[in-house]
Design a protein around this ligand. Structure first.
Ligand code: FE2
Ligand code: FE2
Length: 138
């Protein structure tokens, strides 16, 4: 399962780890929808989860960016760029005509989200760990 929390994802900053867990939890729900093979129309559920994903992702990015900006974190711009890219990608999924291609779309989305979240946490977010901790941010 792609979306199971692992200790290696922990930054040690409690609020951020809780937010990353929540993102993975939304991802897990997308994955469950992607795997359903019951012949029913899941369009409404897919759009609902997508909306939730976008809102929560925006909230989390805003939280991180605000911390970075107020503390003068040096990779703030890199983070902002990567965050911007993922929001655009989610918006693209929201505006694509997924009604006829539900299964492919949702599987594509689930893959993208799992890859992206885990990669970004491990490669980018992990780099602010020492910086934030040294400034007493928990
Ligand atoms: Fe980030
Ligand atoms: Fe993050």
């Amino acid at each position: 399962m792609y979306f199971k929390w692992k200790d290696e994802y922990a930054t040690g900053i409690e609020t951020i780890d809780a937010q990353h867990k929540q993102l993975l939890e939304i991802g897990a729900r997308i994955f469950i929808l992607a795997e359903l093979d019951d012949g029913y129309d899941h369009y409404d559920e897919i759009m609902e989860v997508l909306g939730e994903l976008k809102d929560y992702t925006q909230y989390h990015f805003g939280y991180e960016e605000q911390l970075m900006e107020t503390n003068g974190y040096e990779r703030y711009e890199n983070q902002k760029f990567q965050h911007f890219f993922v929001i655009k990608k989610i918006e693209k999924f929201q505006s694509s005509d997924i009604d006829d291609r539900q299964k492919e779309t949702i599987i594509g989305l689930a893959e993208f989200i799992s890859d992206w979240i885990i990669n970004h946490i491990l490669k980018e977010d992990m780099q602010y760990r020492e910086f934030f901790i040294s400034r007493g941010i928990k």
